[in-house]
Design a protein around this ligand. Structure first.
Ligand SMILES: N[C@@H](CCC(=O)N[C@@H](CS)C(=O)NCC(=O)O)C(=O)O
Length: 207
């Protein structure tokens, strides 16, 4: 069985959604980031980067990085077309997924959630958080323009890109950062998916 290393409400929510959408059977290992579980010798022996999400595969090897895990799940369950089968569609899905994880999460939200990693000293913390909120808003304006290509999902059908975009939209919602109309419509569409609702409930959120 797969083992999924996750923290409720973190970026792992996106992978959690994909695991449920593909109906994988998996065990869960909760990683308490505040307690430093991800810096323990045991965790670092599995994943020297100390990051979540992490998936331990049936052969005991581990897979890290959101996009790699998402693509692996999609390719393992190819009939579900979680990555479009045409080259441009696949590239579009990866394009949005990379923007959500690499830019919206790691360059914008990370400034709000872990400002100390970006601040030269303690006096800079508030300015870093403010810059994070500015970047989040700017990024969602970009997403709004990109979503213009389709009504609804990022590609013509639900894909790995939607799961990635959803977790940053969820963070915006929880942080009282307004989403542009088109992005909010995408977020609301995701909230109609039974597996998305199930994951949020399992992670302790009331809808
Ligand atoms: N590049 C990684 C980044 C994921 C990431 O930064 N996850 C955060 C939690 S949302 C984390 O592991 N933080 C702990 C740390 O970086 O020490 C990925 O795509 O999986």
């Amino acid at each position: 069985m797969l083992t999924f290393y996750m923290t409720p409400g973190s970026c792992t929510t996106g992978i959690h959604i994909l695991l449920e959408e593909v109906d994988e059977l998996f065990a869960v290992e909760l990683v308490n980031l505040l307690e430093g579980d991800n810096r323990s010798d045991t965790y670092l022996a599995l994943n020297p980067k100390g990051t979540i999400p992490m998936l331990k595969l049936e052969d005991g090897s581990v897979l890290t990085e959101f996009q790699a895990i998402a693509c692996w799940l999609a390719w393992q369950h190819a009939r579900l077309k979680l990555i479009p089968s045409d080259a441009l569609g696949a590239a579009r899905a990866i394009e949005m997924m990379s923007y959500a994880v690499g830019t919206i999460h790691l360059q914008a939200f990370a400034r709000i959630f872990t400002p100390e990693k970006f601040a030269a000293d303690a006096n800079d913390i508030e300015a870093v958080k403010k810059e994070g909120r500015r970047r989040v808003a700017e990024c969602f304006d970009v997403v709004s323009q990109l979503l213009d290509r389709n009504d609804g999902y990022v590609c013509s059908e639900f894909s790995v890109a939607d799961a990635a975009l959803f977790y940053v939209e969820f963070w915006a919602d929880r942080s009282d950062i307004p989403l542009p109309e088109r992005v909010r419509a995408h977020y609301n569409l995701m909230l109609t998916r039974p597996k998305v609702r199930q994951v949020l409930m399992e992670e302790g959120y009331r809808l």
